[in-house]
Design a protein around this ligand. Structure first.
Ligand SMILES: Cc1cc2nc3c(=O)[nH]c(=O)nc-3n(C[C@H](O)[C@H](O)[C@H](O)COP(=O)(O)OP(=O)(O)OC[C@H]3O[C@@H](n4cnc5c(N)ncnc54)[C@H](O)[C@@H]3O)c2cc1C
Length: 324
């Protein structure tokens, strides 16, 4: 029996064929996936994983598609989404399904008078990917509040405490185990005044909506910022102290110096006002995004002698593109 038929026999699983992934990415780019499979049921997820693995078909897990570059050729295999989105608040602890939007989690925390993640207002995407990439903004990242992560490890469900997750700047152990899928997470937050939290979140929202207009087809920052301590001394000398915040230097500092702002290739542009923001004007292709990424990396190596690392994750490029 073909894989699609076997997957269709699993209860509570949605199975779609030949799905254009551009619809599932904020960049609005990407060709079709052979199969796209979605469920909010953990048992169905486990069974689907087993069937896909037994059939030896390539698989990629995605969330809300806000940090992805998917190739124009699409993906020969199965795209899997876990969309369980329950959010439960008890005292200062919130448990959230990996398929909840991060904004729903932020809103629930604010409504419950719990502070901490309110600065993550308007970071697009789902909770699972936020943990996977240790998402954050305004000097804070989600790892500061995570106490537990439940995940499917390819054969069963396991649970990690914060220390097991090996969180670092935009990093976690989950980035190094692509067959681990986050199912839910638990956060311990701090009691705070709900009105004050909402006011701060609204201020952040206004700033972010100006920088990233809600209809902009992009993936936020393309490259990771740099840890000042890890830069070669000659590069550190190029960085004015005012550019170093919480030990990090914006990659935009180096990109601006190599003329990134306003740079365009076909329908893909680098923003005039932010050198680490690449967007699709509507007619762009994933190949053009890759060309721009490669050209900017090349210029930074040539001028400063080190290589920027992408924050965005690649799908459908085989071994030719690396997700960091
Ligand atoms: C306008 C804009 C602004 C942004 N601003 C910020 C910001 O301020 N800070 C920040 O940190 N990020 C920011 N981002 C990036 C993005 O929002 C985050 O990376 C987000 O966490 C991605 O969530 P997603 O659900 O869309 O993940 P996707 O893009 O779908 O996937 C991203 C990665 O997560 C993996 N993944 C997804 N779900 C799971 C799961 N359940 N288990 C295991 N792995 C999984 C995927 O395999 C993929 O490698 C921004 C993006 C945009 C478009």
């Amino acid at each position: 029996m073909p894989l699609s038929a076997r997957l269709r026999s699993i209860p509570n699983l949605i199975v779609l064929e030949n799905v254009p992934l551009a619809v599932y990415t904020r960049f609005g780019l990407g060709g079709p996936a052979d199969l796209l499979v979605e469920t909010s049921d953990e048992a169905a997820f486990g069974e689907a994983w087993r069937q896909i693995h037994d059939a030896r078909v390539p698989v990629e897990v995605i969330g809300g598609g806000s940090n992805l570059i998917v190739s124009d050729e699409g993906f020969r295999g199965v795209i899997l989404r876990f969309v369980g989105d329950t959010i439960h608040v008890a005292d200062n602890v919130i448990t959230a399904g990996a398929g909840a939007t991060l904004q729903a989690l932020v809103d629930a925390s604010i409504d419950a008078g719990l502070g901490g993640i309110h600065t993550m207002t308007r970071i697009p995407g789902l909770v699972g990917a936020a943990v996977y990439g240790n998402a954050g903004a305004y000097g804070h990242s989600i790892h500061e509040w995570v106490t537990e992560v439940r995940f499917h490890d390819g054969s069963g469900v396991r649970s990690f405490a914060n220390a097991d997750c090996e969180f670092r700047y935009r990093e976690s152990v989950f980035k190094r185990h692509k067959n681990w899928t986050i199912l839910s997470t638990r956060l311990a937050l701090q009691p705070a005044d709900a009105v004050d939290l909402r006011r701060k979140a609204t201020e952040i929202q206004a700033i972010r909506d100006e920088k990233y207009p809600p209809t902009m087809k992009c993936a936020g920052s393309i490259f990771k910022n740099l840890l000042f301590d890890q830069l070669p001394p000659a590069v550190q000398a190029h960085v004015p102290p005012s550019k170093v915040r919480e030990g990090k230097v914006p990659s935009a500092h180096f990109l601006e110096a190599v003329g990134a702002k306003g740079f365009a290739i076909g329908g893909i542009r680098n923003a005039d006002y932010h050198a680490n923001l690449i967007y699709n004007t509507g007619t762009g292709t994933a190949a053009e995004v890759c060309q721009m990424v490669d050209e900017l990396k090349r210029r930074v190596v040539e001028r400063f002698g080190f290589e920027l690392q992408e924050e965005v994750q690649y799908i459908g490029f085989g071994d030719s593109r690396r997700s960091y």
